[in-house]
Ligand binder design. Structure first.
Ligand code: SF4
Ligand code: SF4
Length: 183
């Protein structure tokens, strides 16, 4: 005899009933009309190669499983190709909803380590991928100046980039010191 099916019960404390309202207010206005048809998952190029399921993400977001959705690394597997948004029979702005979820996630301190690392590089050097010795040599071989005419050679501009990152709150976000991240 096969093993019995185990009922999965969601703890009510895991549910934030106002979460979907937050998403709707931010622009995911038709998300509540999702019929779980699965079209979004079936056309998703990312879902073909990973465990990411757009339909499941929409369902969990509608149910209000806020922490589970925001802390899931799967949230970052979407390539924002917009295919699901074009095909959704309910015309739900699925990709917009994912971007909204990402914005909320980062504001609350959920950031992938690799994103944080690239952002720190941006803060320190003005580039998410700063030039290295190998690329400096390639530039020299091509007859270019070793250091490109970017913030690498304009230290004053780097100060401006850092000022923008501070004023916009991005610095606090990546350092995990923003108000939302401390909640
Ligand atoms: S395609 Fe649209 S209606 Fe269908 S599961 Fe995805 S979001 Fe829901
Ligand atoms: S926008 Fe994202 S979720 Fe939608 S099909 Fe493209 S990769 Fe998948």
């Amino acid at each position: 005899m096969s093993d019995p099916i185990i009922r999965e019960i969601i703890d009510s404390e895991e549910i934030d009933p106002e979460f979907v309202d937050l998403l709707v207010e931010a622009g995911a206005d038709r998300i509540r009309t999702c019929i779980q048809c699965g079209t979004c998952s079936s056309v998703c190029p990312s879902g073909r190669r990973t465990a990411f399921r757009t339909r499941e993400l929409m369902r969990k977001a509608i149910l209000g499983l806020k922490d589970e959705v925001l802390s899931s690394p799967d949230l970052w597997l979407c390539a924002t190709c917009l295919t699901c948004l074009e095909r959704c029979p309910r015309q739900i702005k699925t990709t917009d909803a994912i971007i909204i979820l990402r914005n909320i996630a980062v504001a609350q301190g959920y950031m992938l380590p690799q994103h944080r690392k690239a952002s720190m590089k941006l803060l320190e050097t003005g580039h998410a991928v700063p030039i290295d010795e190998a690329n400096m040599k390639k530039r020299k071989d091509l007859g270019l100046k070793e250091i490109p005419p970017t913030v690498h050679s304009h230290k004053k501009s780097l100060k401006e980039v850092q000022k923008i990152m501070k004023k916009t709150g991005f610095k606090a976000l990546i350092e995990g010191t923003s108000k939302g991240a401390q909640q």
